[in-house]
Design a protein around this ligand. Structure first.
Ligand code: HEM
Length: 395
């Protein structure tokens, strides 16, 4: 069994540095890697991550979908139902149907004017020549405003919503204070949903509050989980796509120049940004029977971590240039930044739209911006994120 020295994929602090070198080593030396301390497999090849994601009967989500999942560690709160990510068919299919139609390409496209307005508002806070934190000024505001808008959260609550969204990530890494505040968010969403059950509006909370599965309304706990998971799923991910992509553009000025000269390339560039950044590091599945992956026996009940960031730079999928950032890349295979199969990201069209609009607005207003100091990464096993990134926006 190949040893990957100091590999600690279950330790948030391990990800305070970039780990693409380790991902390459995994792909080359140990593509189906047994990580003894966590007692799980790590999959780093594109074909394997895609294959496992496509077969929920053999690789299920109900026994944990995060690397340090409460279900595995036995710390789950009793009575808290799983989010969609932790469900399997047929229950998953039913839940997904409830909201799918609100996230189609066509439906999401209607949000473009509003998203552009939010993007412009964020950029209005920056003066030419100024140095400020890119995350605070540019990446963070847009996704939280968009998701709060979709959920029908009053404008006055939006700052609180941003804090809650950070708490959700910290709670995932075991921060007990943050866990307490997530419980507040949970109650808040339930209260909003109950209000909308009696007087529905045109928003996602009203839809969930009034939806029926087998003739029954969702329970309060199910509504709470629905709201919390939407906020987490839609927020940190998109924020870190924007931050990570901006960093890539600063590190590859020749690529940025292409987008400045021809903004029509931005839509394609967003796919490369997703592949390159892979804002979600990994999700996981559990084998429901004995199987083999690359001739490696995997036992029933073994836990498998799907490493999207590693799979998205696999030479076998993207050729010899898989580790370079190329905004004109036209790959023959879709990237796995949104996962694949049954659970493929519900908000994929929305995230793409937010990123495209933000880079159109940003590059039109501030084509040249550069790093003005050290950026700090988010200590997370789940999110490949940037906590702060000082940037100077040239006049
Ligand atoms: C760049 C931004 C985003 C990234 C990288 C991302 C990534 C992902 C990934 C990797 C999955 C799991 C797929 C799997 O297990 O196969 C997922 C699921 C999900 N995402 Fe996203 N996401 C993003 C934005 C959003 C947004 C904006 C929303 C909602 C507004 C959203 C809502 C969801 C939901 C609800 C699920 C669960 C779907 C299911 O279990 O069927 N995501 N996302």
């Amino acid at each position: 069994m190949t040893a990957i020295p100091e590999f600690r994929p279950d330790d948030p602090s391990y990800f305070l540095q970039e780990r693409n070198e380790v991902y390459r080593q995994l792909r080359e030396e140990s593509p189906v890697h047994w990580y003894q301390p966590g007692e799980f497999w790590v999959l780093s090849k594109y074909a394997d991550v895609r294959h496992v994601s496509s077969d929920p009967a053999t690789f299920c989500s109900r026994k944990g979908f995060r690397i340090n999942d409460d279900i595995r560690t036995g710390q789950g709160l009793p009575g808290i139902p799983p989010s969609m990510l932790g469900m399997d068919p047929p229950q998953h299919t039913q839940y997904r149907k409830l909201v799918n139609q609100y996230f189609t390409h066509r439906q999401v496209a209607k949000l473009e004017p509003r998203i552009r307005e939010f993007a412009r508002e964020a950029l209005d806070t920056i003066s030419p020549g100024e140095t400020c934190d890119f995350v605070d000024a540019v990446s963070a505001p847009l996704p939280v405003l968009v998701i709060a808008d979709l959920m029908g959260i009053p404008t006055s609550e939006r700052e609180r919503f941003k804090v809650w969204s950070d708490d959700c990530i910290a709670a995932n890494e075991g921060d007990t204070e943050a866990q307490g505040r997530v419980a507040e968010l949970f109650s808040y969403v339930i209260a909003q949903a109950m209000e909308r059950r009696s007087s529905p509006r045109d928003d996602l909370i009203s839809i969930a509050a009034n939806a029926r599965l087998d003739g029954q309304f969702l329970t309060e706990a199910e509504l709470g989980i629905f709201g919390v998971s939407l906020l987490v799923a839609g927020n940190e991910t998109t924020r870190n796509l924007i931050s990570g992509a901006a960093r890539a553009l600063m590190q590859h000025p020749e690529q940025r120049e292409k987008l400045v000269r021809d903004p029509s390339l931005i839509e394609n560039a967003v796919e490369e940004m997703l592949r390159w950044v892979s804002p979600v590091r990994c999700f996981a599945r559990t084998a429901t029977r004995d199987v083999e992956i690359r001739e490696q026996p995997i036992a029933k009940d073994d836990f498998l971590v799907l490493c999207y960031g590693a799979a998205n730079r696999d030479e076998d999928a993207y050729g010899p240039t898989s580790e370079s950032f190329d905004v004109t890349r036209r790959p023959t295979r879709p990237h796995l930044a949104f996962g694949f199969g049954q659970h493929i990201c519900l908000g994929a069209h929305l995230a793409r739209l937010e990123a495209r609009v933000m880079f159109e607005e940003l590059l039109a207003r501030f084509p040249y911006f550069e790093l003005a100091g050290e950026s700090r990464r988010v200590p997370s096993t789940l999110i490949n994120g940037i906590e702060s990134m000082p940037v100077t926006f040239r006049a």
